[in-house]
Design a protein around this ligand. Structure first.
Ligand code: HEM
Length: 145
């Protein structure tokens, strides 16, 4: 069972982190130099359909695996051994991702225009860095610090 959860978790990571890397490294530089928002909005619209389910799968499989490794949920927040520190860091990364995404959705995107792209660019870079950190922290479960 754990192996199936891990497969889903890795596929979700490929979509979530890979999609954000393409957005940050390929689409965003083009949009910033052309100041043409269309490519950005088009990518966002398409990516949302697969990116949000991928994130949901990350959360479900991640919590499930965490529960398998440490069944006592209060131990997740003890920060007293490698595993509880890593689970805690993943949950903090999740809260930070949610905060940046909400800020983008309710504050930045409604005010988005060609002259006002920098705030959105910062949001994209932040979510991308968070998504890469998720992967790095994920690998530490096997190797330890
Ligand atoms: C977008 C969000 C996330 C990404 C990109 C991500 C990515 C990864 C990656 C690449 C691994 C390494 C798997 C391996 O060792 O082969 C991993 C492991 C793990 N992740 Fe996540 N993760 C995310 C969210 C979460 C969340 C929210 C949790 C919940 C606590 C979580 C819990 C875990 C656990 C417990 C493992 C260890 C699995 C094992 O034993 O190998 N992850 N994650």
């Amino acid at each position: 069972m754990f192996n199936y959860l891990l497969i889903l978790h890795l596929l979700g990571a490929a979509i979530w982190t890979g999609g954000h890397l393409i957005l940050a490294l390929v689409i965003l530089p083009k949009v910033l130099s052309s100041r043409n928002l269309d490519a950005l909005l088009q990518f966002e619209q398409q990516f949302e359909k697969i990116g949000m389910p991928a994130l949901a799968i990350q959360i479900i499989t991640g919590l499930w695996m965490a529960h398998n490794i440490l069944p006592n949920v209060s131990a997740w927040f003890a920060f007293d051994n490698d595993i509880s520190i890593l689970i805690g860091i993943k949950l903090i990364l999740l809260l930070m991702t949610a905060a940046v995404a909400m800020h983008a959705r309710f504050w930045v995107i409604p005010r988005l225009s060609a002259d006002n792209l920098n705030g959105f660019a910062v949001n994209i870079v932040l979510v991308t860095l968070l998504s890469v950190t998720f992967v790095v922290v994920g690998t530490l479960f096997r190797t330890g610090f």
